[in-house]
Design a protein around this ligand. Sequence first.
Ligand SMILES: *Cc1c(COP(=O)(O)O)cnc(C)c1O
Length: 411
Amino acid sequence: MDRTLPEHAPLTQFPIQDDCLVIGEIPLTRLVQRVGGTPFYAYGRQQITERVVLLRRSLPAGVLLHYAMKANPMPAVVQHLAGLVDGIDVASIGEMKIALDTPISPGSVSFAGPGKKEHELRCAIAAGVLLNVESPREMRLIAKLGESLGIRPQVAIRINPDFELKSSGMKMGGGPKPFGVDAESLPDLLKEVGRLDLELIGFHIFSGSQNLNVSALQEAHEKTVQLAIRLAAYASSAIKLINIGGGFGIPYFPGERPLNLPAIGEHLEHLSILLKQHLPTARIALELGRYIVGEAGIYVCRILERKLSRGQIFLITDGGLHHHLAASGNFGQVIRKNYPVIIGNKVRGDTREVVSVVGPLCTPLDVLADQLPIAKAGEGDLVVVLQSGAYGFTASPQSFLNHPLPIEVLV
Ligand SMILES: *Cc1c(COP(=O)(O)O)cnc(C)c1O
């Protein structure tokens, strides 16, 4: 193997026992028996808790920590997180139901996303959740529905900022966007909010996802807080919440390393002090998805066949892109790179070799690893895709080719 090639970040979140990955204190080979077969997703309760503890330790005490549920909406995961975070951010009525089934108070649930339908808004107003308003039309509709229900809706205006989050995997703000209200339209909109029967709680500004660049995140946080301070001057009531979005990245690909969280925390401490001077009633909320659950989850499938084609080894598995679109490289990646993939029951192995791991779908897109150095494995061995706790199961086209659905477990 060429030593100069970048490698995946070391596996530190799960213990290894007798060369077998352990999750939830259960060796993987045993967990497969417990689940009853492959493929499946497993999420580590302890790993999720530890991540929240790390965040709490690194972030200023006054910053609220929310979970953005679209990263992993498995009800058991959300229930577990409900006891650990200050709020849950949902992006659909289905997610709202899961959040409201937890003990979290409805006022700590916020509902964002373009194109919210009238009946969804009505349910959300009745539930008493905070609505992140994505357009002037939506704002007027919320006011009208609130009036008809006899409830004063709580709203936060989602702002499409006048800056971008640099080095982000997916940009969610800056330039023309379907999300939120352009920052320059806010003064007029806020005047209108004052005339409507709405309780303005604050602002919501989310600029991008999967970011490992500390200075880019710091710059975006700073510009976000400054923008909120500037726009709060146009609001007719005191701003209580500034939701600065999520977007903290995790290392997926060779060469990537974990985010320097303490540096982000220290910078947010500065910003909290600045915010207190200008808007004493306002608190900062972070809504993280991927960073909280991404590294806590694995996807497990079994090798069905070891096949040689013109000198290349293919491990054909019972899992693939229909369950894990992101690992196949088809979820927003421009150039396909390998996720960290290991043989779960032979983590180090006796010998190593370069293989491609593919799924059972009749398409060349169904690749879980392309020319990856891995422990030598064959029929019956377990392939594990790490970093699979976020944007995995529910972000995949499960009906494509109609194979059975994967199971999900929280262990
Ligand atoms: C997806 C999303 C998030 C979470 O983003 P991550 O990159 O997973 O942290 C946060 N806020 C909103 C509005 C989102 O749509």
